[in-house]
Design a protein around this ligand. Structure first.
Ligand SMILES: [Zn+2]
Length: 357
């Protein structure tokens, strides 16, 4: 940590604070008017701000350096003074010129950060009870690391600080962001974190909310898009299967294989626990291409498409029809199911008309 202390000040903070005008953004690079060689009347910004490497370079006058150096040069101070000042001062947040979304870090790094993060959260009794009522066992809940979300501001910052002390960086991790005092924190909602695993790595965190959000959903992503130094979550998917299950066996066997596709994570867990089939969880999405590409990699003969009441609400009949017809054309038998309430006891659910009108 000591070696890259200058990296503690994200360069996007510095350009916000200096109010450098953004002209363009390509990938991880933001272009601004170069404060050393350029007037704002010129058309293009020559200075390239690399958000990943936390440095700047001007294609015209060749000025370059780190985030701290940029601030120090423009404010005529030493790097040390610049660093101290940037840490102490509240950035210009009230009229912040721009909000940036960080590029997302890869799944290996996200897995490390989210594991450390979940270790610092606890699962409260009322949430344990709720998950058990949904139909999961205590062992299953603990094994999958479901946790209650800490929502108190002070505690949230303490958790983030502990993670930083472990050497973890929180930029590029969906859910995390910086507060006005430069301290890292995260977007919190009252509810339960559902880690979304793929190949035993946590891709992201889904949130099962305590209260329905605007009659519209009970589930959202842990995401911090458009927050200060925040990162947007993708629509991650999960594949739940037995540990001793091998894809090769499945692909080479002549057995009929039926799988479940669930359009919500908590639903995917409920169904996996009660059926022990392979369950693919694709939150709020019935994306035909994702489904087909997953199914093509397995030797699937039958698909159960499970929806909760919210995904039904948000998906048009045309999309259902399209998915179903495509699967049937591949010789796959499709069953539609709706779960109206996560607490429903068994898996015999009301069937939607197979021919969606
Ligand atoms: Zn320049």
């Amino acid at each position: 940590m000591q070696n890259n202390v200058f990296e503690c000040i994200n360069i996007t903070n510095v350009i916000n604070k200096l109010e450098l005008k953004k002209t363009n953004q390509i990938g991880n690079n933001i272009f601004v008017y170069c404060p050393f060689c350029q007037s704002k009347k010129e058309k293009n910004g020559y200075m390239k701000i690399n958000m990943q490497n936390n440095c700047y370079i001007c294609d015209n006058c060749e000025a370059s350096g780190t985030s701290i150096e940029l601030y120090a040069k423009l404010k005529y101070m030493t790097n040390k003074e610049a660093f101290t000042q940037l840490l102490r001062e509240i950035p210009v947040l009230d009229n912040m010129p721009y909000v940036y979304n960080n590029p997302i870090k890869n799944e290996l790094y996200r897995d490390i950060v989210y594991n450390s993060f979940l270790d610092m959260q606890t699962l409260r009794d009322e949430h344990m009870e709720k998950l058990q009522k949904i139909g999961l066992s205590k062992d299953y809940i603990q094994k999958h690391n479901f946790k209650s979300i800490e929502t108190r501001e002070k505690q949230k910052k303490e958790i983030c600080l502990k993670m930083q002390e472990q050497g973890l960086k929180l930029d590029g991790i969906p859910g995390f962001m910086q507060d006005k005092d430069f301290k890292w924190t995260y977007k919190s909602h009252k509810g339960i974190f559902i880690p979304v695993f793929l190949d035993n790595k946590i891709q992201g965190l889904r949130i099962l909310l305590d209260k329905e959000y605007r009659n519209d959903t009970k589930n959202i992503w842990f995401s911090s898009n458009n927050a200060y130094n925040g990162t947007k979550a993708n629509n991650f998917i999960t594949i739940l299967k037995n540990e001793n299950f091998s894809w090769a066996d499945m692909y080479n066997s002549n057995h009929k294989t039926s799988i479940i596709i669930a359009t919500e994570m908590i639903l995917a867990h409920k169904l996996f626990f009660s059926t022990n089939k392979i369950v693919i969880g694709i939150p709020n999405n019935v994306d035909k291409d994702i489904i087909i590409s997953l199914i093509n990699r397995m030797k699937v003969t039958e698909v159960f498409l499970y929806h909760d009441i919210y995904s039904i609400k948000h998906t048009s009949v045309r999309i259902y029809k399209n998915v179903m017809e495509t699967l049937e054309n591949l010789g796959i038998k499709v069953h539609f199911r709706i779960i109206t309430n996560y607490f429903e006891e068994n898996v015999k659910h009301r069937e939607i008309q197979t021919k969606v009108a």
